[in-house]
Design a protein around this ligand. Structure first.
Ligand code: NAD
Ligand code: UDX
Length: 477
């Protein structure tokens, strides 16, 4: 087919990995990933890539300089491309109409205006970013209002479903690829051209084609469904902690029902990441704008339970430490929003750390992949005081040094290396009584209790200080 050159605008967690895999699988297609952020592009062209993603290094090194290029020359890349992915960020609005809920499309809009300015030939413009349903209409309005003679546009929606930490595997072995377009002859032809790219490695049966609006809405719906499962199991984790039911056993018992399925049922300190909260808030806002308050309230509850879970977990830490953490040193293991990524966007660890800092704690933090500067930046933003963070937060190169002489360990990310730590050695170096709060259900609580730790695991009754049920009342044991 006729796609010879692809341009991807936005060299982030989506644009970078997605286009690296396209370059790998389509050696005859020239793929140029562009970004206005010079530093990011410099890193994509260097040995150490700007994002940590297992398997990404290998793919980039195989294609870079052959058919994969990273550049700040956005205009030239647009000009030469047959197909343009818009892969810029679509954060939640921080001011104005829809503040705190609506998606901010300012970056998408500026890219659309730039395309209209620069394009001298036909272009297929693909929304890869997650956008509100009907966003393609706005993009099309901008493009057509500024259309030059001899230029035509087709807009496609091709949302991305990769998860960070497993992005390369998700891209290589996608459950499905979704492409939405206009139901016209030209729209269908554009869909076929994008299908041709993916068919280099994805079986046609896994490429779903729909109208534009179904595709746009499906992305928000998929994230809302996934997050809703986590909030559902997290809500039950609270019931488990009071009753002695074990949330892992409950998850297994319900997840083995093939109608429910066993994925995304891990109770946790709460979900994080750049997508779930932002996309659900966006869905809630859309529902409100459509005058569907009941639907909006339904999805809002997924976010509310997530906030409840983060606060419930952190309160448990404070209450267990005799209701005061002032000047106590606490170690936070894991700062990324999930394992196998260095990304901290909306990480529950930020909430936990901020709340403990607000209570006067001193923090020792260790994460295997998050840059130290990022941790300081996140906590400075969260607390509003660089000086306070500098004075109260210390960063460490490993879990052993981070836990030494601390009163408690709080596990915020499920890194594999935490499971195999020598907890006897860690216990010996800690203040007593020594506490562990496992926000990810990854540690062997019985073994830890035998060592002498006071253990609190999400979704399980506290081994030493649990709540005993007597009819009519709940007493502290
Ligand atoms: P990101 O912030 O990592 O990357 C976006 C990049 O776009 C940034 O480097 C920014 O500099 C660049 N950019 C913004 N405006 C630009 C412009 N006018 N010209 C050139 N470059 C510009 O974001 P991300 O995590 O890659 O997410 C991108 C989109 O994909 C979002 O809509 C997000 O919701 C969606 N998405 C993200 C994930 C994920 O796991 N991160 C998964 C699926 C979908
Ligand atoms: C998510 C979607 O999964 C992906 O399809 C979409 O493209 C982008 O948003 P991502 O945020 O990268 O991906 O990671 P994901 O694996 O979904 O985890 C999100 C959060 O939920 C993490 O904080 C994770 O720890 C948490 N989580 C996940 C749980 O707490 N329990 C689970 O069972 C699964």
């Amino acid at each position: 087919m006729v796609i010879e050159k692809i341009c991807c605008i936005g060299a982030g967690y989506v644009g970078g990995p997605t286009c690296s895999v396209i370059a790998l699988k389509c050696p005859e297609v020239k793929v140029t990933v562009v970004d206005k952020n010079k530093e990011r592009i410099k890193q994509w062209n260097a040995d150490k890539l700007p994002i940590y993603e297992p398997g990404l290094d290998k793919v980039v090194k195989e294609c870079r300089g052959k058919n994969l290029f990273f550049s700040v020359d956005v205009e030239s890349a647009i000009e030469e491309a047959d197909l343009i992915f818009i892969s810029v960020n679509t954060p939640t609005k921080t001011c104005g109409n829809g503040k705190g809920r609506a998606a901010d499309l300012k970056y998408v809009e500026s890219v659309a205006r730039l395309i209209a300015d620069v394009a001298a030939g036909d272009k297929i413009v693909v929304e890869k970013s997650t956008v509100p349903v009907k966003a393609a209409e706005s993009i099309m309005n901008i493009l057509r209002a500024n259309q030059k003679p001899g230029v035509s546009y087709q807009i496609l929606s091709n949302p991305e479903f990769l998860s960070e930490g497993t992005a390369i595997d998700n891209l290589l072995n996608a459950d499905r690829v979704l492409i939405g377009g206009e139901e016209t002859k030209e729209g269908q032809l554009a869909i076929e051209k994008l299908c041709w790219i993916y068919e280099h490695w994805i079986p046609r049966s896994k490429i779903l084609t729909t109208n534009t609006w179904s595709s746009e809405l499906s992305k928000l719906a998929a994230n809302a469904f996934l997050a809703q499962r986590i909030s559902s199991i997290n809500s039950l984790s609270a019931v488990c902690e009071f009753t002695g039911a074990n949330v892992s056993e409950v998850a297994k018992a319900i997840g083995t029902d093939t109608r429910i399925g066993n994925k995304f049922l891990n109770a946790s300190v709460g979900f994080g990441g750049s997508c779930f909260q932002k996309d659900i808030l966006n869905l809630v806002y859309i529902c409100e704008c459509l005058n569907l308050p009941e639907v909006a309230a339904y999805w809002q509850q997924v976010i509310d339970i997530n906030e409840y879970q983060k606060s419930r977990f952190t309160s448990k830490v404070i209450e267990s430490l005799f209701n005061t953490v002032t000047d106590k040193r606490i170690s936070i293991l894991g700062f990324a929003f999930k394992k196998d990524t260095g990304d901290t966007r909306e990480s529950p660890a930020i909430y936990v750390a901020k709340t403990l800092l607000d209570e006067g704690a001193k923090l020792n933090i260790y994460d295997p992949k998050v840059e130290h500067a990022q941790i300081f930046e996140d906590l400075t933003y969260a607390t509003g005081s660089k000086e306070y963070v500098k004075e109260r937060v210390s960063l460490f190169p490993n879990a052993y040094s981070a836990t030494e002489k601390t009163h408690a360990i709080v596990v915020c990310t499920e890194w594999d290396e935490f499971i195999t730590l020598d907890f006897r050695k860690i216990y010996d170096g800690m203040m007593k009584p020594a506490y562990i709060f496992d926000g990810r259900m990854i540690l062997d609580d019985e073994k830890l209790s035998k060592i002498g730790f006071h253990v609190h695991t999400i979704g399980k009754r506290n081994m030493r200080r649990g709540l005993k049920r007597t009819w009519g009342t709940l007493d502290c044991a």
